[in-house]
Design a protein around this ligand. Sequence first.
Ligand SMILES: [Zn+2]
Length: 123
Amino acid sequence: MKFFEDLMESSAKVADKVAKVTGEYIDKGKEKINELSLENELGKAQKQLGALVYALHKSGEENDELVKQYIEDIAKIEAQLEEARKEDAEETVTPEVVKFCSKCGREAGADDAFCKNCGNNLK
Ligand SMILES: [Zn+2]
């Protein structure tokens, strides 16, 4: 069962990393956290889960506990990523509205050639 022991070990590492990332997030407070590193972690965890499911399937074994653990880890990372993206979106400055569509009255940006709402030509 060496293979599964290794998997258990790497899963524990993922959990450690999640805890670490969470800690960093709290430390940085409102600062933007690195989405890329979270995306990286997410990709790695998903890959590991895929490898695990594949290995289990291939050997005809079942290990729901371990699969569940991976899924929980992935869900945690996803939640953090979603939070990070939300913060970024809030920080994004809304472009200044400089004109309105003559047809439907919707706000449009200075460089918009067409109305996003009705498609009216704004030029
Ligand atoms: Zn319009």
